[in-house]
Design a protein around this ligand. Structure first.
Ligand SMILES: Nc1ncnc2c1ncn2[C@@H]1O[C@H](COP(=O)(O)OP(=O)(O)OP(=O)(O)O)[C@@H](O)[C@H]1O
Ligand SMILES: [Zn+2]
Ligand SMILES: [Zn+2]
Length: 803
């Protein structure tokens, strides 16, 4: 077995297969499947993944693996298999699938260096020879920034120097300097007596180590013994002590104390939901459960107890939570129950912290991972349960390659481990609920809130009516009076501004001009903070003009309501209210999210004002009012899921009120009160919404009745974009079943991004066993053009965002 199959880090069609490499003698016992290696590929060195070992190869001239990058496999067999599945499922390159499973820190970084070719060193001009000195290579950066770049270029052409790409290992393990005694207590005592009496500090240090044998971090040592590092150094040079770098984990939660929490006695409903899950856990059987429980019904406690059973069995659990509800409050609930056995993975962590959390899992130091989408790849080997909370959240779908849905990956992994999956939500996706109705998933229901209170009462306010009666403020009479009432009672309010699709744009009131991005077909967003206009797609930014660029009118201003504007208005109408604002601006600093929530939880504010990010996960007893300032902004997006998303969001945010003793109320302000998703979310009637929306989906051939594939073509040239999309549309129409629907070519809802035109083709189908093959053929056909990046074709199977 001295040949390794390797997937190389060159994401292209031609290289999307295993390459054979010979294993050098000294690595023969070391290199195993699932390890990263450095291999020569063409003229350079690249990172690769060993996927298997074999005795012989069909190729005779094999190159050698340069060296391993790991000393133990970082991907187990199951994950290697999963990569194959993902490659097919997401139609991506194998290397992309493998990389998606690992923390960013493990992705290779390449550096360019110039090497001397040993036997040609003498031929180099003296000045270059001195440049290299006794060394062998120079970094590309040194060369470019130095004065002799052109000389070096000549020598490269002559073949006296070579340009090499090296793989750089980015892994930086964090270490701390520790001090430990090298001598026994008796020997230390002896040394102390031989030192002069003046060396008082040294005496003290020796004294310390006579009593302590464990290594101690240098910093701590200096503190407890009140000595200086030079004293330590002198004892090190005398051979009494030694300095070591000890590896430590970056623990984002290290300064936090978690009190141990105990399992609650379950309610009857909770117990009835948990029982069938535990049965699967105990019998090592796979199944998918849909835990459909109204907000505040105690789903999390069911998760916690299911996880406890898994740990008891000696197995591991993955707990997935959407990024925005991965709040400290959520993490706390798991850390309080399972303490040190929990690792946390989310985007708020630094690259190093993520890597450390990943290693805790890999080294089997933890039993549970709580994390966002990518946690689904946690390298456990005895997986006993996967939970996806808020399963309806769109963020479980990755919107870049590989375009996978965490739900599908979870189910795939759970099948290989023969363990259950729990999908939980108060507002399941239509797809999941339909599956549960057909008994493909097992439905578990929690219909009552923990506190036995009814769900909060909801009032819908028609904002057109408010305008007619002369109220031009962004607060209706009703919401305003309730806000005042809560302020007097000392209770708390959550105010949500539904911002998506409706950020502040700049418009001229005289001629109606809206300022658009010069590169993209979309309006610029005004940022009050630094008075600039910014494009959210390409990053273009520009100062706010003082006059209209079209008609030179001075009446140019921004429209739309940002959270800042709401905050200003609040201070005007309720000057005594203490407001905490949570949006991208106030939460961009690390830890600020948590600080703001803690402050609110401690009662340091009366009103929590924010965007979607406050709709989830909040569980504070003193919240008795929830206000939604603009319920309908998402309804008008060109997306067949816009009603579903509106319903989900309104239900979620309403669920923040009255979760404990005090009853809750909700006020929803809207310009389209008659829309069924608003009406039914006010009644908190998921079942009615489900029926109504399913009916529409059936009539319009959308999921869950049909599957959808979105193909987006983009190119700098409009004609080219249209013609490629047209060819694709024709190709597919002629090959797919008669009852499949191929729509297009049409301009995408955002028809230009970063100067590239965008057109799309939408496929709706019920059964197309050969679809993947057709799509692959298409991609191969355009391979040359897409490789040069002039043409981009993205294929999204089961798209979550239709823009
Ligand atoms: N069996 C129980 N006995 C007492 N209290 C419980 C029990 N189960 C849950 N709780 C408490 O009830 C409250 C609501 O439960 P939880 O947050 O788990 O609901 P949820 O369904 O996950 O909510 P949401 O989906 O709205 O976030 C929490 O404060 C929780 O600690
Ligand atoms: Zn104008
Ligand atoms: Zn732009």
């Amino acid at each position: 077995m001295d040949i390794a199959s390797v997937i190389v880090d060159v994401p292209a069609k031609q290289t999307d297969r295993e390459f054979d490499y010979r294993i050098p003698e000294k690595w023969k016992q070391v290199i195993m499947p699932g390890m990263r290696v450095i291999v020569p590929f063409g003229p350079r060195m690249v990172q690769g993944f060993v996927t298997g070992l074999k005795g012989n190869s069909d190729f005779s001239k094999l190159r050698y693996i340069k060296e391993p990058m790991d000393l133990e496999p970082i991907l187990n067999d199951e994950l290697l298999q999963l990569a194959n599945w993902l490659t097919k499922e997401a139609m991506c390159f194998k290397i992309s699938a493998l990389q998606a499973m690992l923390p960013a820190a493990m992705k290779a970084k390449y550096e360019k260096v110039i090497n001397v070719i040993e036997d040609k060193k003498d031929r180099l001009p003296p000045i270059i020879q001195t440049l290299f000195g006794r060394g062998h290579s120079l970094s590309w950066k040194e060369v470019i920034e130095g004065e002799h770049a052109s000389l070096i270029q000549k020598e490269l052409q002559h073949g006296n120097l070579e340009l090499v790409y090296n793989v750089k290992n980015r892994l930086n393990k964090k270490t701390v300097r520790v001090i430990q005694a090298l001598l026994s207590s008796d020997e230390l005592k002896e040394m102390a007596s031989s030192l002069s009496a003046q060396a008082k500090k040294q005496q003290e240090l020796l004294q310390y180590f006579m009593e302590h044998h464990e290594p101690i971090p240098l910093k701590e040592l200096l503190e407890v013994t009140n000595t200086s590092s030079s004293t330590v150094k002198s004892l090190v040079s005398k051979g009494a002590l030694t300095e070591l770098d000890q590896e430590i984990y970056r623990d984002p939660y290290e300064n936090r104390v978690f009190e141990q929490s105990n399992p609650f006695t379950l309610t009857d409903e909770q117990a009835a939901a948990l029982a069938p899950i535990q049965e699967k856990i105990h019998h090592d059987e796979h199944d998918v459960f849909l835990l459909y429980g109204v907000t505040g019904s105690g789903k999390t406690e069911v998760y916690l107890q299911a996880i406890a059973s898994v740990i008891e069995k000696g197995e591991e659990a993955i707990m997935m939570v959407p990024e925005i509800s991965l709040t400290p409050q959520t993490v706390k609930r798991f850390k309080e129950r399972f303490g040190e056995q929990v690792a946390v993975m989310h985007s708020g962590l630094s690259v190093g912290e993520k890597y450390d959390e990943w290693r805790k899992i890999h080294r089997k130091e933890v039993k549970v991972v709580v994390g966002a989408r990518s946690a689904v790849f946690a390298p456990f080997e005895n997986l006993g349960l996967v939970i996806i909370d808020e399963e309806h959240e769109a963020s479980y779908k990755q919107e870049e390659t590989p375009r996978y849905h965490a739900r599908d990956v979870a189910i795939e992994r759970a099948k290989s481990y023969k363990c259950p999956v729990i999908l939980g939500s108060a507002t399941p996706t239509l797809e999941s609920f339909a599956r549960a109705k057909k008994d493909v998933y097992k439905l578990l229901t929690l219909s009552r809130r923990m506190n036995e209170n009814p769900l909060p009462a909801v009032d819908i306010v028609d904002m057109r009516e408010e305008l007619r009666t002369g109220n031009r403020s962004m607060f209706s009479e009703l919401l305003f009076s309730k806000l005042k009432d809560r302020l007097e009672k000392g209770q708390q309010t959550v105010l949500m501004l539904n911002k998506r699709g409706h950020s502040s744009f700049v418009m001229c009131r005289s001629c109606g001009l809206v300022i658009n991005c010069p590169n993209c077909d979309i309006s610029l967003t005004y940022h009050r903070f630094n008075d600039i206009m910014k494009c959210h797609y390409c990053g273009f930014e520009e100062g706010m003009p003082s006059v209209c660029p079209e008609c030179e009118s001075e009446h140019i201003r921004f429209f739309g309501t940002g959270t800042q504007k709401v905050e200003e208005e609040l201070t005007k109408i309720l000057p005594e209210a203490r407001v905490i604002r949570m949006d991208v601006d106030t939460t961009s600093k690390k830890g600020s999210h948590e600080r703001l929530l803690n402050a609110f939880g401690e009662g340091k504010a009366d009103i929590l004002l924010g965007t979607q990010m406050i709709a989830k996960g909040l569980d504070f007893p003193n919240i008795t009012l929830v206000g939604v300032l603009s319920a309908d902004t998402m309804l008008h997006l060109p997306d067949f899921r816009s009603s579903e998303k509106t319903f989900q969001l309104l239900t979620q945010v309403s669920g923040r009120a009255g979760r404990h003793q005090l009853p809750g109320e909700v006020v929803i302000q809207t310009y389209t009160p008659e829309h069924y998703s608003i009406e039914l979310s006010a009644l908190q009637d998921y079942d009615a919404f489900y029926e109504r929306e399913m009916d529409l989906r059936r009539k319009s051939h959308y999921p869950p009745y049909y599957y959808v594939v979105l193909i987006t073509v983009s190119h700098e040239d409009l004609m080219k974009t249209v013609s490629v999309t047209e060819k694709i549309t024709n190709y597919l129409s002629s090959r797919l079943n008669r009852d499949s629907i191929v729509l297009g070519p049409v301009a995408s809802p955002i028809s230009r991004i970063n100067n590239r035109y965008r057109y799309q083709c939408l496929i709706k189908y019920k059964r197309e066993p050969d679809l993947n093959r057709h799509l692959r053929t298409l991609l191969e056909h355009y391979q040359k053009e897409t490789a040069q990046n002039h043409l981009q074709i993205s294929i999204d199977l089961n798209p979550q965002i239709m823009m």
